[in-house]
Ligand binder design. Structure first.
Ligand code: ZN
Length: 413
């Protein structure tokens, strides 16, 4: 029986996302130098409906900021010709997106060397249960609700279950295709448990804080990225347009909900849903947070990619009341992160650092009263984008742990 289970485990671990293929599709990088170049990129977008990876939409493109977009094989030929004609510098990062998807997974003998791997939802759920079963003094598991397709949403509560009083809510995987995010949540839990009692700082943290870790927020979307479409972002609920599925859960919170044009189009990748908290996944999280509000001191959301540490506000161009403190914490976290492998992050309020975002979890949590609310945009800066290879997980995890410990240390002093 054990052998069969092991075989299934290996078979699942090595599976490459099936379904939609991306043969010969390309990922372009352009850094427009002038307003004219920006205008041209926006024009390309309106005529060709490009798939922007960064920024999220073509209308957020500004001069001197890196732009990355994906185009199919036919579009790509024309785009290359047009960019050359306009003398706009560009780089093709992936010549074949399908290969990049397959190359995320470490292969052959390298795979056995104990590197971290990406795990599908079944593996993550099994892992979550086994953590709580094996470490009852440091971990417990709660089901906080169900996804649209009926999957159980699991939160792992990590910390000294007797002494820890204050809480930190951590959510990963709200956007399905950002695989490094759930991988970080798993790594965070594993590292916290492994170093408790050995590492002084971690022991101190876990003796006073409970980390409520939601390893995958958007489980249905995450499953869909493994089975059908590696680039899926939203949840999988139907909308009022038959062919368009999914609500962007990070636009579905009741905070300046639907405040931005495009968020109200069901086919858009940032569709805010038909009402605030319309998605069962959002409802589960908001209910859980409201029920634990008196103890929750921090809220941290993990995304990819861009190497940013952001904090409120995203929905308005105003400084948050404790802006100075948030800025101080973010700067010290980014410094700690940088100390390990020299990875550079930029920090600042979402609105002024990237672009306006309405209905996001972090702004909602902040306005509910959780005054230390942050968003990590994990590596990289775009060379792999959403396709960060597995061999990068370990480094990303170790350096991000330093930032997390830095943020958490402010909560217990
Ligand atoms: Zn995201």
């Amino acid at each position: 029986m054990k052998l069969i289970l092991l075989f299934c485990y290996i078979a699942v671990s090595l599976s490459v996302p099936r379904g939609r293929r991306f043969d010969n599709e390309k990922l372009f990088h352009v850094t427009p130098k002038s307003d004219d170049e920006v205008k041209f990129i926006k024009h390309l977008d309106t005529t060709m409906k490009l798939d922007f990876w960064k920024p999220k939409y073509g209308h957020h493109v500004t001069p001197k900021t890196k732009v990355s977009f994906h185009a199919d094989a036919q579009q790509s030929k024309l785009i290359e010709a047009l960019l050359t004609q306009e003398r706009i510098e560009y780089r093709i990062v992936f010549h074949d997106l399908q290969k990049a998807i397959e190359n995320q997974f470490t292969k052959g003998s390298e795979r056995k060397k104990g590197f971290s791997h990406y795990h599908d939802w079944n593996e993550i759920a099994m892992w979550a249960y086994s953590v709580s079963l094996n470490k009852p003094k440091l971990a417990s598991i709660v089901q906080i609700g169900e996804t649209y397709e009926g999957r159980p949403m699991l939160v792992l509560k990590i910390g000294n279950q007797k002494s820890a009083k204050k809480g930190v809510f951590i959510e990963c995987g709200i956007h399905a295709r950002e695989w490094i995010s759930p991988a970080f949540c798993q790594c965070f839990v594993n590292e916290a448990i492994r170093t408790y009692g050995k590492d002084k700082a971690m022991t101190k943290l876990l003796d006073s804080l409970i980390f409520h870790v939601l390893p995958v927020f958007n489980i249905d979307g995450y499953v869909f990225t493994w089975t059908t479409d590696r680039l899926w972002r939203k949840n999988r609920a139907p909308t009022f347009i038959d062919k368009c599925f999914g609500t962007d859960l990070n636009r579905n919170f009741n905070i300046s909900w639907n405040g931005i044009h495009f968020d109200d189009e069901p086919c858009s990748e940032a569709y805010a849903g038909n009402a605030p908290e319309s998605a069962p996944e959002t409802q589960a999280v908001t209910t859980y947070i409201r029920n634990n509000l008196s103890s929750l001191k921090a809220f941290i959301s993990f995304h990819s990619f861009s190497q940013l540490l952001l904090y409120p506000y995203g929905y308005k161009d105003e400084e948050a009341p404790n802006h100075k403190k948030l800025d101080q914490i973010a700067k010290s976290a980014v410094k700690a992160l940088h100390s390990l492998y020299n990875t550079s992050y930029t920090s600042g309020p979402t609105f002024s650092t990237i672009y306006p975002v309405c209905g996001s979890s972090v702004d909602w949590a902040y306005d509910e009263g959780i005054k230390y609310s942050f968003v990590f945009e994990l590596p990289d800066e775009g060379d792999y984008g959403f396709m960060l290879p597995e061999h990068e997980i370990e480094q990303t995890c170790q350096e991000t742990m330093l930032a997390m410990k830095q943020i958490a240390s402010y909560l217990i002093d």
